[in-house]
Write a protein that binds this ligand. Structure first.
Ligand code: NAD
Length: 251
């Protein structure tokens, strides 16, 4: 794959999919700015990316706070390479059932998963519109299509459905750029990452049985789809929602 990119921001880069995307880009020599609330995980991602030979800058920020996101973007140096890509991997799941869901918990999931995605993309777009070039990949979930409610909850499903719709709406809003700024969404199926820490063997089996391929994805298998959407090879892929789910949704 070929990448006409200077520097890509990856949110949620302290582990899981975000780390795999960062390291995949580093392998192709693309510089990254990594954002996460987890300092130790970020440091490890940064060290691995630099070992692969690419520049990597990390910023600790809370995706649930607009002030924190604003500070992270304000901290990007004007002397550095321009930001021309963003991948929004940062997110949380939760397990509280609908009748026990509090407004605070609902808001927390929506703020991190949906509002955080919107704000990061909005900040990144300010630079991209100025440069008249950019690549945006948002990360939703198979639950955006099939509904959550077994292991994750309606708040999670709604937040991810929102990410799909946000992406499609952005594609229409940005159409005047005629593809110079490309925006797409990727919906992963189950990925074996820290998001599933504490899962019981029964829950593990339930998830595996929902996947026609019968297993969780490795983060690198999902990252490959993200890299494709960022690459020159996806030059005519626009406003798309790409399922990489091992056969959960069949959409
Ligand atoms: N793991 C799965 O099965 C699965 C399935 C479908 C979609 N997804 C989505 O893929 C994306 C990546 O998930 P993952 O599986 O790599 O999980 P993960 O937990 O390994 O990664 C999520 C990252 O987001 C960071 N994060 C969470 N809240 C944050 C906050 N408030 N501020 C800053 N950073 C924060 C975490 O520290 C973590 O590093 C998420 O958006 C998730 O919803 C995951």
């Amino acid at each position: 794959m070929n990448f006409d990119l200077h520097r890509v921001m990856v949110t949620g880069a302290a582990g899981g999919l975000g780390r795999a995307v960062t390291l995949g880009l580093a392998t192709h020599g693309v510089s990254t700015v990594c954002i996460d609330a987890n300092y130790e995980g970020l440091e490890q991602t940064q060290a691995e990316a630099i070992r692969l030979g690419a520049a990597c800058h990390s910023i600790v920020a809370d995706l649930g706070s607009d002030a924190s996101i604003g500070e992270a973007f304000a901290g990007l140096s004007a002397d550095d390479l321009p930001l021309d890509g963003i991948v929004t991997c940062g997110g949380i799941t939760n397990k509280t059932r609908v009748l026990d869901m509090t407004v605070d918990e609902w808001d927390r999931v929506m703020n991190i998963n949906l509002r955080g995605t919107f704000l990061c993309v909005q900040h990144a777009l300010r630079t991209m519109v100025q440069q008249r070039r950019g690549r945006i990949v948002t990360i939703a979930s198979d639950t955006a299509k099939r509904g959550a409610g077994r292991l994750s909850t309606s708040a999670y499903g709604a937040s991810k459905g929102g990410v799909v719709s946000l992406t499609r709406s952005l594609a229409r809003e940005l159409a005047s750029h005629r593809g110079a700024i490309r925006v797409n969404c990727l919906c992963p199926g189950p990925i074996w990452t820290g998001m599933h820490d504490g899962m019981t063997p029964e829950e593990h089996a339930t998830v595996e049985n929902s996947v026609l391929m019968g297993r969780f994805a490795k983060p690198e298998e999902i990252a490959a789809g993200v890299l494709f959407l960022l690459s020159d090879e996806a030059s005519f892929v626009y406003g798309e929602t790409l399922m990489v789910d091992g056969g959960v949704v069949l959409d």
